[in-house]
Design a protein around this ligand. Structure first.
Ligand SMILES: [Zn+2]
Length: 379
């Protein structure tokens, strides 16, 4: 791996905001802040075609973000009102949050993958059944009632993500973004979210990687109950696919630009191998254990004690995603083993109102699920 965004990395290290940069002819990287978040900023990308301007991942819906975006566009010689289209790699609020306001100001179309549209919190959250279903999910994970009360989701708490807008255009895998004069192709990379897209600018050979591949951190892969495929299995497949773009410079949505996608994909695959081994080791040590019990025993970058609030939900969803993956490959099972085997963890599924956090309306409210190692591995 070789860092190409050296100024961006230096800014990252010195905890300052990187500058708006021209990365290629008519292709700009515009950092916009995520106030109060350790990721600090989203790298938004402005790409000009013959007579149109597309912005990828506008950022969080906050005033400082908006002002930074306006300033960055001005550096590139553009204004908000010039935008003809917006593409979001995925619907997390630090990427898609500002899309609605931008569309109001510019009339730009908004594009995303069809599966990602189905992941919009407003499409998933059921105002009536959501809160009870969410508590059921936390109970299924074995979260004690007093902690579940702190972690529970409510419509009020979700308001800021429920307001995010619907797309006006869908981009399937292999589709070209409607940007005359450019060949900007959608590459579907499910995992971090079910409809996550990377975008390959074929002439310049750059891959906008969104949150799928970042140079420094491993993106959160959480339980995605509404996705067709287990999140982690999908992510590992997507990583292998990304390795095929090794000649391309990676333009991620956070941190800094780099070369060496195959290397980075290998590192991330190895990271998940190690994590799976750790989950198995913890399960061996604990005996039959709930998602909550296993989560607390895993290693977290600043220790479990420092994992608080919504981060606890993300950690829980990440552990659940690993358990789901290990179940699907027969390496772990629930107690008592359900007659239909690997499908059993589906009892811990449902829908997640905030992608990646595993909020679930509609589990049946029975006791917590416990996981253990099956006595004899499947043939
Ligand atoms: Zn992000």
């Amino acid at each position: 791996m070789r860092v190409t965004g050296v100024a961006q990395r230096d800014a990252w290290r010195s905890r300052t905001m990187p500058l708006t940069e021209q990365v290629r002819t008519d292709l700009w990287s515009i950092p916009v802040p995520i106030p109060g978040n350790p990721l600090r900023y989203t790298l938004s990308y402005l790409i000009a075609g013959d007579s149109s301007l597309v912005l990828v991942d506008p950022g969080m819906n906050t005033e400082p973000t908006w002002r930074a975006l306006e300033a960055g566009l001005a550096t590139a010689g553009a204004a908000v009102t010039d935008l003809t289209g917006i593409v979001v790699t995925h619907v997390h609020p630090d990427h898609h949050g500002l899309s609605g306001r931008l569309r109001e100001a510019s009339g730009a179309w908004i594009a995303m993958h069809p599966v990602e549209r189905e992941s919009l919190p407003a499409r998933i959250w059921d105002e009536e059944r959501g809160p009870a279903g969410d508590r059921d999910w936390l109970r299924t994970c074995g979260v004690p009632d007093d902690i579940a009360a702190e972690l529970a989701m409510t419509g009020e708490g979700l308001r800021w993500v429920l307001d995010m807008v619907e797309p006006t255009m869908l981009l399937a895998d292999g589709d070209l973004v409607p940007l005359p004069g450019r060949r900007l192709r959608a590459v579907w990379t499910p995992g971090h979210t079910p409809g996550h897209l990377c975008l390959h600018e074929e002439t310049e050979d750059v891959l906008l990687t969104g949150d799928h591949v970042l140079p420094r951190i491993s993106p959160n892969i959480g339980l995605q109950p509404h996705a067709a495929e287990p999140a982690l299995a999908a992510y590992l497949e997507s990583l292998k696919r990304t390795a095929g773009y090794d000649s391309a410079e990676a333009l991620p949505a956070h941190e800094y630009r780099f070369h060496g996608l195959a290397d980075r994909a290998r590192m991330l695959l190895a990271h998940h191998d190690r994590r799976c081994a750790e989950v198995l080791a913890v399960t061996d040590r604990l005996g039959p254990a709930t998602v909550w019990e296993i989560t607390q025993e895993l290693s977290w970058s600043r220790g479990w004690g420092a994992v608080a609030g919504m981060m606890r939900r993300a950690a829980l969803a990440e552990t659940a995603a690993h358990l789901e993956y290990l179940s699907s490959t027969g390496r772990i099972a629930t107690v008592p083993d359900a007659p239909d085997g690997p499908a059993a963890p589906a009892a811990a599924r449902g829908t997640d109102a905030v992608p990646g956090t595993g909020a679930v309306p509609g589990t049946d409210g029975s006791g917590p699920l416990r996981y253990h190692r099956p006595v004899s591995p499947p043939a």
